[in-house]
Ligand binder design. Sequence first.
Ligand SMILES: [Mn+2]
Length: 296
Amino acid sequence: MISNNFGDIERKFSDFKKSRVIILPVPYEATTTYKKGTKEGPKAIIDASQNMELYDEETNCEPYKVGIHTLIEFKEGFDSPQKMIEALADKAQGLFSLGKLVIALGGEHTVTLGMVEGLGKKEKDFSILILDAHADLRNSYEKTKYSHACVSRRLIEKNRIVQVGIRSLSQEEADFIKEKNLKPFYAKDIIGKKDWMKEVISRLSDKVYLSLDLDFLDPSIIPAVGTPEPGGLGWYETLKFLRLLTKEKKILGIDVVELCPTPLDISVPIRVSNPCPSVFTAAKLIYKLIAYLTTP
Ligand SMILES: [Mn+2]
């Protein structure tokens, strides 16, 4: 039987109490509009992670040794977005209070609202860095204010946010950006350039919550997302940025959302011998982050 822990890490390094990193799978999906299937994301990422090498060549370490514990899937309050957000906030707050670095796996982007709410009960002065192809600044979408398409709008009502990788938005959102004088880092202005990395970091407070909507990456490396969008960030520029970010800032919590595995990505015989790119890329990105966050 395949274990359900991230990285298939031996017990000694995946015990809850001793683990510095907690993987929290949240297969919440209610409002995805284009492709359905983000609720399959957490399991697919965990499965793929079991095929990774646990040694990281870049940092010359074995990041799992800081302890990575994977919780069972969180499914409370899924019948309404507000209830889910509230329940997830309580869960996250409990984990943050124990000093754990929590990495939530979505699910759709709405998961971020619960995580940030939970963090806000413990920490006051933090900013939110959102990597996303979409502005997500609609006030409401398809009759709900809690759509994945409204996440940044809800966040900005109470928090300081910085958006990076944007390349898809509506006229309403463009007007809102102008009105509020927001300065998102559009993909067109950063791809292939370097100065933006320091600029993003300078706009953040010392403590940061990081939300990774996987569609910020170029679909050539991660096509299986809920709402793919051409022209995203590449692998190495992403790693370079995340490494710099983790050096300069204290990262308090993370979510990785909107992976939408296709049947090919999760079909068992293919997965075991040859993990499909999207889910494997997602797992590897998370492990890279853990490496950066836990090595000097
Ligand atoms: Mn998005």
